[in-house]
Design a protein around this ligand. Structure first.
Ligand code: GDP
Ligand code: MG
Length: 743
């Protein structure tokens, strides 16, 4: 049914050959071969009617041929329809012509007039067919049908005019039966020509109304409409004109008066329908208008004519829907040109930057997008909303969908870029602030993160909000904002973990340095055997030596305890979770132990420990219990003192070789000290964790081994070396004792 719509090549006013046609005489809408002229659209654009929306009017003139119809229209509307010359009396108007009123001043805007070929006087069936078709066409499009009639024809019921009217009525029934909701009415405007003036117009009018009523009653009416009255469909108006040739001046004046009636008017609600006071203003009542937007008139007329010519049932609502579909699609294409011009460059820019791996954040995207969308939809609305409401609503939604798909893609990619840039900026800002803080000595990690997070979130929020289009649900990017916030939290967690690492390293360093001092001190004490020689005979070690491991352990525990406190405080300050803190402390304890072991190993390195033993021995050997240096005399029991001091010092070797606490006689419970391995941490995974004997059971190293400071061979070696050294000291003492006598 809508085949013709698809095939239409509809020239519009801006086409390059818009001046190619000569519209001097108007345009022949339907030619003598009953073909429709699609140039009508071009004509409507040329005459600026096309842009008028509903602000135009359509009038058709009917009547027998050579009754001065064309002459009348030319005088009334300044048109140039062909008029039969006085000499050759033959039909000049072929088919249906249309022209725009040129006498606009005192009339309504944009009056289009259709001059319909007269049919009267010919009996040929062909012409009756055309009469019917043109009547249908006129009724489907026109608000006013001028019926041109000689005065002497009035009352001739059998006359050709009456045949024409009968056709009009029948056709009207056929047309508006399909469209029962339709409130459209038409005005039959009788113009009585060559009015001599003997019979007043009022009488002529009555006669005509009687005839019309008679005709109406004679036509067969479809079921349900048997009782319908002519007034249900038609209004009537009447005018009389004097003889153009006999009373030329009067003719001109009366034509002018007639012209002034072609203005907008409205019905007086309470008036009696037979009363002339029924109307106020001119003949154009709103209900006569066919409500076809001017820019769709050509397409509509074409569709209507196509149905008529092929003798199909003319169904105006369907025609209007088809028109709406065609025009809405056309308008949608037109309005998208500007949208495309605004959006395509952005799409290209985005595609390029994405391709280059650097997704761009497009400046002013929200504003450009919203404006382009608004303009596009508004333009569509302005033009398309005049068409069938249902179709318009659907097509508008389609258009919005179409442009929204593009905007959405742009916006999403834009936000993805903003998201990426935001995450990078956040991570960098925090890292830089921490670096600056480290240089400056102090910083609050949690504060830095909080500040940068809210700053970055604010930026993203602004970006997301700049894309919001009021009343457009999809342009609410709150979910993307929440996703962004979540990712910032994840990045924060990662950065916090790094910060924990840095904190751990700082605390470990601190532990090492403290251990260096404290453990060094304890071992240095070995160098002084002071107070020890008081009871060396008993074999007991002086308390400062015997409980060296207790003191080492105590110092160690003190330092680790303090370190744990520092670590916990700092970690809590940047909102590390309890689990994270537990892991950190566990690692700290392990590393601290390892650090302690290293420190001890350093202390018991051969040269170091030998020196300590020597000092210890010398202290015991060379000083008496009051700490006074001994001056050896030959009478002194040098050998005895030497033996006691040596044995006392040698007693240190087994003591030092194993880390034992006096309270238990056993090594410290390292497993208890380190504590259970926190969930989710594997020693093997943490490359920087050294395994600890007795703690990491599967490592195959026992606590015994872990706490063995000097191996058996090393101890023996140490004993041998120490003895040699002690012997030397003894010999020297002996010599000095003898030497002291000789002196
Ligand atoms: P149409 O075929 O109805 O369009 O008639 P035309 O406008 O071509 O005119 C037909 C003939 O009637 C022409 O020769 C006109 O000069 C003549 N004519 C036009 N107006 C009048 C009029 O008011 N009275 C009379 N008697 N002749 C007229
Ligand atoms: Mg004519």
């Amino acid at each position: 049914m809508n085949g013709h719509f698809a095939a239409v090549d509809n020239g519009n006013g801006s086409s390059p050959d818009s001046n190619a046609h000569n519209f001097e005489h108007g345009i022949q809408v339907i030619n003598e071969d009953k073909q429709y002229n699609t140039n009508l659209n071009e004509y409507l654009h040329e005459t600026h009617v096309a842009e008028a929306g509903f602000n135009y009017h359509l009038i058709s003139v009917f009547g027998s041929q050579s009754t001065g119809k064309s002459t009348l229209l030319n005088h009334l509307f300044g048109t140039q329809f062909s008029v039969m010359s006085e000499r050759e009396r033959r039909q000049t108007t072929k088919g249906i012509w249309m022209a725009k009123n040129k006498n606009e001043g005192h009339m309504a805007d944009n009056i289009l007039v259709m001059d319909v070929e007269g049919t009267d006087g010919r009996e040929r069936g062909e012409d009756q067919d055309f009469e019917r078709k043109s009547a249908l066409f006129a009724l489907a499009t026109s608000e006013v049908l001028i019926v041109n009639i000689w005065e002497h024809q009035v009352g001739l019921y059998q006359g050709a005019n009456m045949g024409l009217l009968k056709t009009v009525f029948e056709v009207n029934m056929q047309l508006f039966l399909k469209d029962k909701q339709n409130q459209t009415r038409s005005l039959l405007f009788f113009v009585i020509r060559d009015h001599i003036g003997v019979t007043p117009l009022a009488n002529l009018r009555n006669t005509l109304i009687q005839d019309l009523t008679h005709i109406w009653s004679s036509i067969s009416k479809p079921a349900g409409l048997e009782n319908s009255k002519i007034e249900d469909y038609f209004d009537f108006a009447f005018a009389a004109l004097p003889h153009k040739i006999l009373q030329p001046e009067k003719f001109i004046t009366e034509v002018q008066n007639l012209g002034s009636r072609f203005t907008a008017g409205h019905r007086n609600k309470d008036a009696d329908s037979s009363d002339d006071q029924e109307f106020t203003g001119g003949v154009f009542l709103p209900e006569y208008h066919r409500r076809i937007p001017a820019d769709g008139l050509s397409i509509y007329a074409e569709g209507v004519w196509d149905q008529i010519v092929s003798n199909k049932d003319l169904d105006l609502p369907t025609q209007q829907e088809l028109l709406a579909q065609f025009r809405c699609d056309e308008i949608a294409r037109e309005v998208q040109v500007a949208f495309d011009a605004a959006i395509s460059p952005l799409e290209e820019q985005q595609a390029q930057s994405t391709h280059a791996g650097k997704p761009a954040v497009l400046p002013d995207l929200g504003q450009i997008g919203a404006e382009a969308r608004e303009k596009c939809v508004k333009n569509f609305e302005t033009q398309a909303s005049r068409y069938h409401k249902g179709v318009y609503t659907t097509k508008r939604a389609e258009l919005e969908d179409k442009i929204d798909v593009r905007l959405k893609a742009l916006y999403q990619a834009h936000l993805t870029a903003a998201h990426k840039a935001g995450v990078t900026a956040f991570s960098e800002a925090v890292t830089n602030a921490v670096k600056a803080g480290q240089k400056g000595g102090t910083y609050e990690f949690a504060e830095i993160v909080e500040k940068q997070k809210s700053k970055t979130l604010e930026m993203f929020k602004k970006e997301a909000q700049s894309l919001a289009i009021p009343g457009v649900a999809w342009s609410n990017f709150k979910p993307q904002y929440l996703i962004f916030e979540k990712e910032l939290d994840q990045v924060s967690a990662r950065l916090r973990k790094e910060e924990m690492r840095r904190l751990a390293i700082r605390v470990e360093r601190w532990v090492k340095s403290r251990l260096g001092d404290a453990i060094g001190l304890e071992f240095n004490k070995l160098g002084s055997g002071r107070g020890g020689s008081g009871a060396p005979e008993s074999g007991e070690k002086p308390s400062s030596e015997k409980d060296i491991w207790d003191r080492v352990w105590k110092a160690f525990m003190g330092i680790v305890g303090e370190a744990e406190g520092r670590f916990t405080d700092r970690a809590k300050s940047f909102e590390a979770s309890d689990d994270e803190v537990q892991v950190g402390l566990w690692r700290l304890r392990r590393k601290s132990w390892v650090a302690l072991r290293e420190k001890i190993e350093e202390e018991v390195m051969e040269s170091n420990i030998l020196m300590k033993l020597r000092e210890n021995f010398e202290d015991k050997f060379r000083y008496d219990q009051d700490g006074v240096p001994r001056i050896w005399r030959p009478s002194d029991d040098i050998e005895g003192i030497y033996t006691r001091a040596r044995e006392s010092t040698l007693g240190l070797v087994p003591l030092l070789s194993r880390f034992r606490l006096t309270s238990t006689g056993a090594p410290p419970d390292l497993a208890e000290f380190v504590g259970p391995q926190p969930h989710g941490v594997e020693v093997g995974d943490e490359e920087d964790l050294t395994s600890i004997g007795g703690v990491d059971e599967d490592e195959g190293k026992s606590l015994e081994e872990e706490t063995t400071i000097l191996s058996e061979p090393k101890s023996q070696d140490l004993v041998v070396r120490f003895k040699k050294m002690a012997d030397g000291v003894y010999v020297e003492a002996k010599r000095s004792a003898i030497g002291g006598i000789t002196q």
